[in-house]
Design a protein around this ligand. Structure first.
Ligand SMILES: Cc1cc2nc3c(=O)[nH]c(=O)nc-3n(C[C@H](O)[C@H](O)[C@H](O)COP(=O)(O)OP(=O)(O)OC[C@H]3O[C@@H](n4cnc5c(N)ncnc54)[C@H](O)[C@@H]3O)c2cc1C
Length: 484
């Protein structure tokens, strides 16, 4: 295959999936790759999108292949060094090391989204400037269909419209993907393969906002009593009740010169979301967290920004079954192949930390299949869809069942979840060939596919049902024996 056949790749979206795909294709020898990103820069700081990623063994399949994992490790806090300090409402503190429940687990790395995207972009600048161009402040406005190819209209940073006719168009533009929506419109609702199918979850719809705070903030009035940036914190409020109690959640951060973020995640009808002025918010937080010197941690400007911010809502778990479409003959350089990756085709709340990892695994799998098909898109894309579809479907089911109750929405449901979790844990220790650990643990094993994990989880559920039935029968027979 000559260079001409592999030219003109247009990637919409310069998040983790888009930049990861650009690096993957460049390393495979593809030239002329353009990434379109509407944000102003790779490490652009948006307070309400400044969550941390945990790049686990699944995500590291791609960073290993790109030889980026050592750099990733350098910028991150390793899961083996993950300590959590719980600050109770009475000010008592308890630090625990999170147990590594799965011995097959590869060390995972915690870092802010902006740092991870910045790492991928830095790699492009250092190694791949000849083949990859990233256009920031640029937005994909429209995709047009011609007899055998597609044309993509981009509004550039100086408001000019640019037109691309790519051989390969990659939709990495997240949940509201214009690439997927356009494929859906063209399909004229025939099979609905590009429609997102939604599945209910106990955590979707929860509202979140983020407070930006200094990385080493004071924990008390004692001058030396500062937080550590590499430590995770959970700070409980003095308030009680479903609509008043809140918690500040802080994930570990390696760079103590960067600001940290404290997440507030709770029901849409919670009192904190009804507060309208910065004064009301400051007052609420001061009363909620008297055990920490809040005025020294959060300034008036940040309170005003927090009050004005709309925040975000956890999405409903969703996926679409169509992952590609081919127009014309892209393999003969007369057509456009379109592929969708990452959040553009599977999106869900962050309960199991698989958003970025599943997206990076998409890119890694595509890389493997391109290798097997000598980069022939007409062969590679159908093969990719056939292999990835069952895993995406299984992933969405895993999101629904694995740990949606972790945000204290319902104490009874959380307790039932804990009983189920420990029952599976103990039975797996006793009879590992019959019972698997809970899917929340299995997900940490990157060597298992999502379909394999769901299969193991379902088999254990069946075994538990049989065991429960047997216990019930024995109890009933005992009762009958004593009553007859
Ligand atoms: C509150 C919250 C917490 C999360 N926490 C975690 C977590 O702890 N762990 C985890 O693994 N995942 C988490 N996720 C999910 C994770 O953020 C996503 O799965 C991941 O970012 C997917 O990457 P992506 O590149 O596919 O999409 P995105 O990150 O959404 O990136 C898409 C990019 O495309 C750009 N774009 C969109 N449309 C256009 C257009 N028309 N033109 C140009 N550019 C465009 C956007 O600006 C964006 O940069 C969380 C998500 C949320 C909402």
């Amino acid at each position: 295959m000559n260079n001409c056949d592999r030219s003109k790749v247009l990637i919409i979206g310069g998040g983790p999936t888009g930049l990861g795909t650009a690096l993957m294709l460049a390393q495979r020898g593809w030239p002329e790759i353009t990434v379109i990103e509407k944000r102003p820069s790779a490490d652009y700081y948006e307070p309400d999108k400044s969550f941390s990623y945990q790049i686990d063994g699944r995500g590291q399949k791609l960073t290993d292949w790109l030889e980026l994992t050592p750099k990733l490790a350098n910028l991150s806090v390793a899961s083996t060094d993950f300590y959590l300090t719980l600050i109770q409402k009475n000010g008592k503190r308890k630090t625990i090391k999170l147990p590594i429940a799965d011995s097959n687990r590869k060390t995972a790395y915690w870092l802010p989204r902006a740092t991870f995207v910045g790492l991928l972009y830095q790699e492009i600048i250092e190694k791949w400037q000849d083949s990859i161009e990233v256009l920031f402040n640029s937005e994909c406005l429209e995709i047009k269909e011609y007899s055998d190819h597609l044309t993509v209209i981009i509004q550039s940073n100086n408001q000019e419209n640019l037109t691309f006719t790519p051989t390969l168009l990659v939709g990495c533009d997240g949940l509201n993907s214009i690439v997927r929506q356009t494929l859906h419109q063209w399909e004229k609702s025939q099979s609905n393969i590009f429609t997102m199918q939604e599945f209910p979850s106990a955590s979707s719809g929860l509202k979140y906002k983020v407070l930006t705070i200094p990385s080493q903030f004071p924990l008390s009035e004692e001058p030396e009593d500062l937080s550590q940036s590499t430590m995770a914190y959970a700070i409980r409020s003095t308030f009680k009740g479903r609509l008043k109690a809140i918690s500040l959640g802080l994930l570990p951060l390696k760079n103590n010169e960067q600001p940290r973020t404290a997440n507030i995640i709770t029901y849409p009808e919670h009192q904190i979301w009804q507060l309208e002025t910065p004064e009301e918010v400051a007052n609420f937080l001061k009363k909620a967290f008297p055990q920490i010197p809040l005025e020294k941690i959060i300034d008036a400007e940040e309170i005003a920004r927090f009050t004005a911010s709309k925040g975000g809502k956890f999405p409903i778990p969703q996926y679409c079954s169509g992952l590609y479409q081919i127009f014309g003959k892209p393999q003969d350089n007369q057509g456009t192949a379109v592929i969708l990756l990452g959040d553009a085709v599977h999106c869900f709340p962050p309960d199991i930390g698989q958003g970025v990892n599943s997206a990076l695994e998409d890119v890694y799998l595509l890389q493997q299949i391109l290798g097997e098909t000598q980069d022939n898109l007409a062969e590679a894309l159908p093969r990719y869809q056939k292999l990835r579809q069952p895993d995406i479907k299984a992933l969405i089911r895993l999101v629904q069942i694995s740990y949606p109750w972790q945000y204290n929405q319902n104490i009874l449901q959380k307790r039932l979840w804990s009983i189920n979790f420990f029952l599976r844990f103990i039975l797996n220790r006793l009879l590992p060939f019959v019972f698997s650990p809970h899917s929340f643990i299995l997900i940490q094993n990157h060597e298992l596919s999502y379909s394999e994990i769901l299969n193991k989880s379902n088999k254990t559920t069946q075994a538990l049902a049989i065991l429960g039935g047997l216990v019930l029968l024995i109890l009933l027979s005992q009762i009958l024996m004593y009553t007859i």
